[in-house]
Design a protein around this ligand. Structure first.
Ligand SMILES: [Zn+2]
Length: 206
């Protein structure tokens, strides 16, 4: 299968490589889709993961897969689904250092699985945009806030939708979210920077 996108970054190849092998951070980074990621080293350059991804396929609303990753430091991460839906599927992330920038061929296993069933339709492109946005958001060192559409961290099945009654303050809009499946509420304050107002934020932990 072909890589999903080709792009470049100012960050070093080693930093990007390290970023992609932090598997335990995937549920936070891609929480709209990634419900679980357990990684176990299985050799000097291999890691085996147990992954659960939220995806609607007929009666199923998730897939559970075992994936083998082969790491070539600062150059390539190859992966293969070795158990579960899509078994045998292979793809890779490749990194090349050029003068002043780092070239990237990116693939996301969720999209490999999605494309097996739905092809590369408009929804594929929307999901790809999500993965790319989230990847660069975290690569650039920012941290996450909960937002509408995120996977519920409680039931890991439903998605967050806004509670009725948006409260508009002078300096920010605070909003609570609720899971559309289990009903668990997640409070947060999302700061919207407006003219001449400096941002500050706080996150309410439930
Ligand atoms: Zn839930």
């Amino acid at each position: 299968m072909k890589e999903h996108i080709s792009t470049s970054s100012k960050l070093s190849a080693s930093k990007i490589f390290h970023f992609f092998k932090e598997f335990k951070k995937y549920p936070e980074r891609y929480r709209r889709y990634c419900a679980q990621m357990d990684a176990t080293p299985t050799g000097s350059n291999t890691i085996t993961t147990k992954e659960i991804w939220n995806i609607t396929l007929g009666q199923l609303d998730y897939v559970k897969i075992t994936v083998k990753y082969t790491l070539e430091p600062s150059k390539e991460i190859r992966y293969e689904i070795i158990e579960g839906l899509g078994e045998g599927l292979q793809n890779r992330i490749a990194i090349t250092e050029n003068e002043g920038s780092t070239g990237l061929l990116l693939s996301f296993i969720y999209l490999d699985i999605y494309a097996l069933f739905y092809g590369m339709d408009s929804e594929f492109n929307r999901i790809l945009q999500y993965f790319v946005d989230r990847t660069f958001y975290f690569l650039e060192g920012r941290t996450a806030e909960m937002e509408t559409g995120d996977l519920c961290t409680n039931c890991k099945n439903g998605h967050l939708i806004p509670l009725p009654g948006v409260n508009k303050g002078d300096k920010h809009i605070s909003r609570d979210l609720i899971c559309d499946t289990c009903g668990k509420e997640t409070g947060y304050v999302k700061v919207q920077v407006e003219e001449k107002i400096s941002a500050s934020s706080s996150v309410k932990v439930d």
